[in-house]
Design a protein around this ligand. Sequence first.
Ligand code: PLP
Length: 441
Amino acid sequence: PQVMRYFDERCQGSRRLAERAKAVIPGGVQHNLAFNHPFPLAITQAEGAHMTDVDGNRYIDFLQAGGPTLLGSNHPVVRQKVNEVLDSCGPVTGLLHEYEVKLAELVCQSMPGVEMVRLLGSGTEAVMGAVRLARAYTRKKWIIKVGGAYHGWSDQLVYGMRLPSTGRMEAVGIPRGATGNTQECHPNDLDALRRKLQLNRLRGGTAAVLLEPLGPESGTRPVHPDYNRQVRQLCDEFGALMIFDEVVTGFRLGMGGAQAYFNVKPDLTVLGKCLTGGYPMAGAIGGRKDVMMLLVGGIGTTTRRAFVGGTLSANPLSCVAGYHALLEAQRTGAAGVAGRAGDRLRQGLEAIIHRLGLPYVVYNMGSIVHLQTSGVLLLDTSNIFKLLRVKNEATQRKHMMEAMGAAYTAHGLITLAGSRIYTSLADTDAVIDDALNRFED
Ligand code: PLP
């Protein structure tokens, strides 16, 4: 009731806008992450570690747009550089801009496995392109993805890969054949991966193993520290390319991403999010030069080429934003600073969990903090979730996290679905300590 009172009394402006949106936007919600309960907040200001909604409520921002704003929201240096390019040549020309080259150079210098870069429109597009490129290079068929990881919303790589008959929302509208050349195996299960690679050898071969180096869902299900190295060995043994999806980890775990952290070089790397500092069109394929050269060619080219494209890809604004955001991240050691904020938050949350005896687990990999309920808490959520029917424990747990997400919001904390937190360069000790008090409440 206290949480609902907050939304009723303090969020009238957001509620009105959310209601208005429902007439012209399906469900009233556009962004994947704006599904916060009981309705999305309308934000009018964002700066550093904070944002303010249309009703004037101020929040600590641990959503950070789902991860791209490692420097904190709306960083002034990046904004100024973007404005300079906007003034000089506008948002897009379709030709070359120096910032394209500067950004690509900086990425190649930073990421051990990246010798060349192709900029695209989003992480989804970049994963689609990387998979196509792997098939073109190896002339093999299968893609093995690890766990039910999210690699964007393309048909062949859909979340969890459930078929329409299962009724899972993610799979509605995806024909059975679309996932026909994609396989999944559980994280950490190397035997299962080997068996798939062996079987595939007799029926078209494995073009690539696609994985998130921290484990599915940014490490929600973490992998053993040796796992990536062992997958690398299996890929080499079976002639499959190894694709790291570093959409979340790229630059956030350090300038060299997870590949530097684990000291494992993938053949191809998919980047997004931090790549453009939170500005639009964040997606890139990077990798070995001999593989990347299959992306050479313009429209109408006759060379053997894996085709990728995009009208707004590599536009000057994305490139200037990315270049200066990454330069600033490098200069300030942003991944390290945000990582220490993540450590401080995790330690504080651990202390609260133990002190209050809550059925929660909290863990972090630098600036990526996971806060999960480890069991089913029998909370009275009837006010918030009167429309939701609890089917099983996993569903109950998800609803529980969403309910907690709403409670965090009512205490001035914005998280990702109540279960994930991204810290940033803007998270000083004072911000983290303020947040811990709110979490404890
Ligand atoms: N890969 C991973 C690991 C992601 O977390 C996401 C998005 O959250 C994507 C790919 C898709 O990126 P985008 O949302 O830019 O299409």
